[in-house]
Ligand binder design. Structure first.
Ligand code: SF4
Length: 266
């Protein structure tokens, strides 16, 4: 039987990214990976759709919790967030971004001043070096603009695949799935997108997430992991997918009431 052909993703430009129209749950341009050898997972497509439907009702417009004012400050904030909390990064970047919200201004500020402003964040010495180096590269090679593609983003000092995915999604509306510690844990704990590495978990999630939920999936999973399916002890009594979850660690089968949650406060 002939396999259905997947549509080719449209090539994204800065202008098209900025004006991309979100479908029902926000997807802009599909980055769906082609079907690949997949681990057997204990969820039917209907169960997976229901999981994302419920997460979408809890948080219809989920937002990243890192404060930023433009794509450049988002790149810097995400790069600073490695092994740090979003709240801790926000406390430091408020003063930093008030002084420098472009690569040129960051270079004018200089490494020593940047280091001083972010010294409450772990690994601040290296991070300050990277902020200056990535600002320099943006000015030298990208005309001071943050590039759109993952291939170009990961050439910036201190920017890995996860940071690139966050920037593509939050700054340019390109749906991707950045795998942080929460997404990685949920993929494996629930056995819904198992993998030994973040790349494997990312690929597994991208194979199963319904198109219309892809755009916000990253934030739904992070927020579910941060506030409910927590690392040390999952809060299963407060979980809206407790009846669907197939985790050996779950402690409750009865789903919590499905209501929209109050706005996020970092
Ligand atoms: S039921 Fe428990 S283990 Fe399963 S997703 Fe919810 S909080 Fe996590």
């Amino acid at each position: 039987m002939e396999k259905p052909k997947s549509p080719k993703p449209a090539k994204m430009t800065r202008a098209s990214a900025a004006t991309a129209k979100k479908p029902a749950h926000g997807g802009a341009v599909s980055v769906r990976k082609p079907p690949a050898r997949r681990a057997k997972i204990p969820y039917s497509p209907d169960e997976i759709r229901e999981i994302f439907r419920r997460l979408s009702i809890q948080r219809p417009e989920p937002k990243g919790e890192l404060e930023h004012v433009n794509p450049f400050t988002l790149v810097v904030a995400v790069a600073l967030s490695a092994q740090a909390t979003d709240a801790g990064v926000n406390r430091a970047t408020r003063a930093l971004f008030a002084l420098a919200d472009t690569p040129e201004k960051m270079l004018a500020l200089g490494e020593e001043r940047v280091r001083d402003l972010i010294k409450t964040i772990g690994l601040y010495r290296n991070k300050a070096k990277n902020v200056i180096a990535l600002s320099q590269k943006l000015v030298d090679e990208f005309g001071g603009e943050v590039p759109l593609s993952r291939e170009e983003l990961v050439t910036l000092p201190g920017v890995g695949r996860k940071t690139a995915n966050v920037v593509m999604s939050m700054a340019f509306g390109i749906p991707t799935l950045a795998v942080d510690t929460h997404v990685f844990r949920i993929g494996n704990r629930l056995r819904i997108a198992p993998g030994k590495t973040p790349d494997e978990v990312e690929a597994a999630f991208l194979r199963i997430i319904p198109d219309d939920y892809l755009f916000h999936a990253h934030h739904w999973l992070i927020l579910h992991g941060r506030y409910c399916c927590k690392a040390r002890k999952p809060d299963c009594e407060r979980c809206v997918i407790a009846d669907l979850c197939k985790s050996p660690e779950k402690t409750c089968d009865v789903p919590a009431a499905l209501v929209e949650l109050p706005a996020q406060v970092v």
